[in-house]
Ligand binder design. Sequence first.
Ligand SMILES: Nc1ncnc2c1ncn2[C@@H]1O[C@H](COP(=O)(O)OP(=O)(O)OP(=O)(O)O)[C@@H](O)[C@H]1O
Ligand code: SF4
Ligand SMILES: [Mg+2]
Length: 347
Amino acid sequence: MEKTAPIVELSHVEVNFKKKAGLFKKADYVNALHDINLSIYPGEVVVLVGESGSGKTTMANVIAGIVQPTSGKVFFKGTQVPKMNQEQREEYRSRIQMVQQDSYASLNPMRRMIKTLGDPLVIKKYSDKKNVEEKVSHFLNTVELTPPENFLQKYPHQLSGGQRQRMLIARAISMNPELLLADEPVSMIDVSLRVSVLNLLAILNQRDNIAITYITHDLATARYVGQNGRIAVMYLGQIVETGNLQEVLSNPQHPYLRALLAAVPIPDPRVARQPRETNIKTMEEIEEGIPHGCRFHNRCPYCKEICKEKKPVMEKHGFSMAACHRIAELPPFSLYQASRKEDNHEG
Ligand SMILES: Nc1ncnc2c1ncn2[C@@H]1O[C@H](COP(=O)(O)OP(=O)(O)OP(=O)(O)O)[C@@H](O)[C@H]1O
Ligand code: SF4
Ligand SMILES: [Mg+2]
């Protein structure tokens, strides 16, 4: 894709939160994001993948301006966020919209859909009061809640999970966004409805050129949504590998991503019968706060002394940018999987 100026750019972003009781024992803060560099361009799909607590939602909140970085810079269309004037600030708030995981919590239970969707349109002067029903109907049609008149007077509890999620998407696109941040948008809805919501995101991307940042812990939906886009794999607040999604997932470099892929069930009975569990330690086994050196070192099967002492930096490896001292020494991924199989067999 030919690159124009990014919609949003994060440069060396750091976010520290005050510690939640019992999560990390030594540190009195959680370093939720560390040295994040990421640009999102018009019309592109970027998938953020990582397990729970890796910082995905914090990243989305920083991009949307909901969380201020502890240090580092965020730019919207080339202007640093704190230096924007009122007009730029309003544009920033409208052009970047979030679709959250929990549609029930995100919609006011006391408000009918015509109010939920209509009021922001009137407030933002995208519609006058007279035409608001027509405008709202247009957005309901766009998200395939049809016929719209069946939905205008409904309360959130009268909708299914999939319909509520579409309602959130309708509310987001009614603000004429250039970037939609979809944070686990299908994880709380019925499996049978997931694909249609993900397809809706793809339509908004391809037909309306809305950039999508899709956030998930699930590699299967990441692959589905990001087939023409980029992936950024997050681990404990850092991006550890990034690049074109198809290429990165076919040729993963970082041991964490390799372990995630080795653990993903594949719908082929011959492959599914092979042992595919990872030998990385679980997140709960990290009790001592954020590790020095490589943050993954106390879970990594390839850890050596250097990993405990020196932080790896992002470098080009194959089709990816990845942060690991030992990538050059690791076997190709197919051999890696075979050797993992032997390890499991022997163990
Ligand atoms: N407001 C907050 N106050 C304190 N700690 C927070 C806050 N928000 C997030 N954290 C911590 O920051 C880290 C990253 O959290 P975040 O919600 O961004 O992760 P995530 O990747 O979205 O996880 P999940 O997949 O569970 O949604 C976690 O350790 C979390 O407990
Ligand atoms: S730097 Fe070392 S510990 Fe970190 S992922 Fe690479 S091999 Fe594993
Ligand atoms: Mg989250």
